[in-house]
Design a protein around this ligand. Structure first.
Ligand code: SAH
Ligand code: SF4
Ligand code: F3S
Length: 436
């Protein structure tokens, strides 16, 4: 009987991608099969996120829970971003953990599982080939890393510490991987990086000059590939060349994630984002004027130290003007190894009162919901191309080119196909359609 792996994945798409890689490595090299019951697992892995404090705090209570229910000789490993920055502190804090493996070291998973009480979190370790071992290719969507790490210095963010320096993956490797996925039936790829549009700045080996826009164009030449998405681009690097390629290339889905973080130019400066409110609005408006059906998603932090009511009103103003589709919003959380933490400790900036921050978050989310309700209503009667990803409760479910989740009644055999559907009903955030 094969050994069983239970894996819990927190955080972003990078971590999901890394978990896929871990699963493939352990299956190929060590004969592990997946289980969704931690009680019967031989190996329990927690792939952690440290971008905010709360989930990180929960880690130790979670380890305790797993330790109580696990099989007597089962091992527990902590991987991912919290593993990177806490390292062997995790081993010091709890005896229940057998090993700790940093986010940049996931390709060593089949070696570390044979060790006990070790932490491998060497941030300079780089093996760009690691990103390409993925086992369970679904027949619809594939994730492909195009770069790892981040060289930005956003003052609130721990990611550059946990994921290390930014390195782009050689373009030919990316293209070969996309071709391999397409040969296995994948229709849509999601290109991943913390800052995808700085692609091409640093490679681990000597490489031909290529930027993100050129990479998109080369990938779009792959026969049999229907759709390209990517996350996340940085608003600062959205130049005109990129916007034109994005608008004109038919394979690039007409939905983009533009992480605003704040609408106040002063706060953006303190966050070290490198752009102003006006630049962000200019980029969004330019794209909307070229692509009327475009949807724009975003990430917003409220309550960054020093944020005044006026600053927050600037954020609401951008929300009003851009009318974001998906919006991930958070209250600022102080993280170790960040500039904002140092400035707070030295008294140069001050935390926003917790109740005020909570109130701002609620106002932001309420207004977003209202605006989304209006834009969703406007979808009624529109026809979209939907790539069906699954079949649930008698309905097909898939995403439009513009990244709207749409449910349609139809035959299960259509999963994996791209079909036209007319939006016939809007229930809150949920869109329903009919095949046409
Ligand atoms: N590279 C991506 C972001 C990765 S982190 C980008 O630049 O868009 C995902 C999101 O978490 C960020 O966009 C930000 O909105 C949020 N985030 C990061 N650090 C945070 C912190 N200290 N407190 C609250 N939210 C944070
Ligand atoms: Fe963090 Fe900024 Fe890098 Fe995004 S671009 S991962 S927010 S440092
Ligand atoms: Fe992703 Fe969380 Fe790490 S957002 S990069 S898993 S800190």
């Amino acid at each position: 009987m094969s050994k069983k792996l239970y894996i819990e994945t927190l955080g972003c798409a990078m971590n999901e991608r890394d978990s896929d890689h871990i699963i493939a490595e352990l299956s190929d090299k060590e004969g592990y099969g997946l289980t969704n019951n931690p009680k019967e697992a031989d190996l329990i892995l927690i792939n952690t996120c440290s971008v905010r404090e709360k989930p990180e705090k929960k880690l130790f209570s979670e380890i305790g829970q797993y330790a109580k229910i696990k099989k007597h000789d089962a091992k527990i490993g902590v991987c991912g971003c919290t593993a990177s920055h806490l390292g062997d502190e995790i081993l010091k804090k709890t005896k229940a953990v057998n090993f700790v493996l940093g986010a940049r070291n996931v390709s060593k998973i089949s070696q570390i599982i044979h060790k006990d009480r070790v932490a491998w979190v060497d941030i300079d370790y780089d093996d760009s080939a690691y990103v390409f071992s993925q086992g369970n290719i679904s027949n619809v969507r594939g994730f492909v890393n195009i770069s790892i790490g981040c060289d930005k210095k956003c003052s609130y963010c721990i990611v550059p510490k946990t994921r290390g320096k930014e390195i782009s993956i050689p373009a030919d490797l990316i293209i070969n991987e996309v071709k391999r996925l397409v040969d296995n039936g994948v229709k849509e790829v999601l290109l991943l990086g913390q800052n995808v549009n700085s692609y091409g700045k640093n490679f681990s080996t000597i490489h031909r000059a290529i930027n993100f826009t050129q990479l998109l164009s080369e990938i779009s030449n792959i026969n049999g590939l229907h759709r390209i998405r990517f996350t996340s681009p940085h608003p600062l690097h959205m130049d005109d060349e990129f916007i034109l390629e994005f608008a004109n290339n038919k394979k690039i889905c007409k939905s983009i994630h533009m992480p605003l973080q704040s609408g106040s130019t002063k706060i953006l400066r303190d966050m070290r984002r490198g752009y102003t409110k006006e630049w962000f609005l200019n980029r969004a408006e330019k794209m909307k004027s070229l692509i009327p059906q475009l949807t724009i998603g975003t990430d917003i932090i409220v309550g960054f130290p020093g944020e005044s009511e006026e600053d927050f009103l600037d954020t609401l103003d951008v929300l009003e003007k851009v009318s974001f589709d998906t919006m991930y919003s958070f209250i600022y959380s102080t993280r170790p190894h960040t500039e904002a933490k140092e400035l707070l400790e030295s008294g140069k900036i001050e935390l926003v009162d917790e109740d005020i921050a909570k109130n701002r978050l609620a106002r932001l989310q309420d207004r977003h919901k209202e605006l989304l309700g209006i834009t969703n209503q406007a979808q009624l009667g529109q026809i979209h191309e939907i790539l069906f990803e699954s079949y649930k409760e008698g309905m097909l479910e898939g995403r439009s080119d513009t990244n709207k989740l749409v449910r349609v009644s139809g035959d299960e055999s259509l999963v994996g196909s791209i079909c036209n559907a007319r939006i016939s009903e809007v229930r809150g955030a949920q869109l329903f359609g009919e095949l046409v």
